[in-house]
Design a protein around this ligand. Structure first.
Ligand code: SF4
Ligand code: MG
Length: 333
């Protein structure tokens, strides 16, 4: 299948006074057109830095040092571009960022200026990415506000973002990300700060928009309940690496990596009658700077094999037609 976005060997490191932090340390995954890839992992595993790397918005002292991000919006036209080969400030990159690939954040105020009305900000996005007239841009923005469920959209266009409630800001940010009709939407924990009802409405809205536009979604979260609702495929990250990837059903039914298994048993089970909270993963995630030698998960792994797991790093390998895993338990099997 032709992926719309194919990430290969992505490495994004932070060059701090205390040393180099390998926040993203060789990440590979593919996203198919019209489908949703969920990226899961605890905080600090490199999920957000991976997303920011795709749009080349990693802040200093972070730097993308290796990899390819092949973007192929029209497979029939064989139009693949390695977007990392475009300068982060080049005209092509600025046209892709916020136009063809847009992003919504956990904290919506990140996307807005407090100095300008919401209307002026969405107009700026539309001016950059479309050829519409000012009047057409206004009408389109109002339409989008209405579609994301914001009452009195015409009036809201003239208001400043701080007048919006948290849920409304999240919706307004989605309107701003969607108004350019992106091919790929990156959503970084977009519902974490919201109440359960609003969260469900937002997920529903994203799925409807995905169906209408055949848009691909990269959905970043630590919430496996959300993943089970929205994702087609799952990539599990740990300390800057992919430890497992595959279809969402295989992930829930037959997780392969010990970390995936631990993640799944540390949440209240959704699929059994037991309402009990199962034991959580032992130990805590090490600071990326104190990366263990060998398998990054070995200090917490219940299947740890001395002399193997603390000596070498397992590679991501296929274990069947659909699942990939990086763990010595599966090598040579
Ligand atoms: Fe555990 Fe070893 Fe597999 Fe790492 S490689 S997850 S330490 S069994
Ligand atoms: Mg994050």
């Amino acid at each position: 299948k032709d992926a719309i976005l194919s990430v290969r060997g992505l490495e994004t490191h932070f060059f701090t006074d205390e040393g180099v932090v390998r926040a993203v340390d060789g990440v590979d995954f593919d996203i198919q057109p019209g489908s949703t890839m969920g990226i899961v992992g605890e905080s600090g595993c490199g999920k957000s830095i991976t997303a920011k790397s795709i749009l080349q918005i990693v802040e200093a002292p972070g730097r993308i040092i290796n990899g390819e991000i092949n973007y192929n919006p029209r497979p029939a036209a064989n139009s693949t571009t390695d977007i990392l080969s475009l300068g982060s400030n080049s005209a092509e990159m600025r046209s892709i960022r916020g136009g063809e690939i847009s992003m919504i954040f956990q904290e919506p105020m990140t996307s807005f200026s407090t100095m300008h009305t919401f209307g002026n900000q969405i107009d700026e996005t539309l001016r950059l990415h479309t050829n519409l007239s000012k009047a057409e841009r206004f009408d389109l923005a109002v339409d989008w506000l209405a579609r994301v469920g914001i009452p009195n959209p015409v009036q809201r266009m003239h208001e400043y973002p701080f007048r919006f409630s948290g849920g409304q800001l999240q919706r307004a940010m989605i309107a701003m990300a969607m108004c350019t009709n992106p091919r790929v939407l990156i959503a970084d924990e977009p519902t974490t700060a919201l109440d359960v009802t609003t969260q469900a409405q937002i997920l529903d809205l994203l799925q409807r928009m995905q169906e209408e536009n055949d848009m691909a979604i990269l959905f970043i979260t630590h919430d496996l309940g959300v993943i089970s609702e929205i994702a087609d495929d799952v990539t599990v990250m740990y300390l800057g690496k992919v430890v497992e990837s595959g279809p969402v059903f295989s992930f829930f039914d037959e997780p392969k990596h010990p970390y995936s298994k631990a993640l799944l048993t540390s949440i209240p089970s959704m699929f059994t009658s037991s309402r009990e909270r199962l034991p959580s993963i032992s130990g805590s995630i090490p600071h990326p700077q104190d990366r263990p030698i060998g398998c990054p998960f070995h200090p917490r792994c219940q299947s740890f094999m001395e002399g193997t797991c603390d000596a070498n790093e397992p590679k991501l390998i296929s274990v069947n037609e659909e699942q990939e895993v990086s763990c010595f338990l599966y090598e040579g099997s």
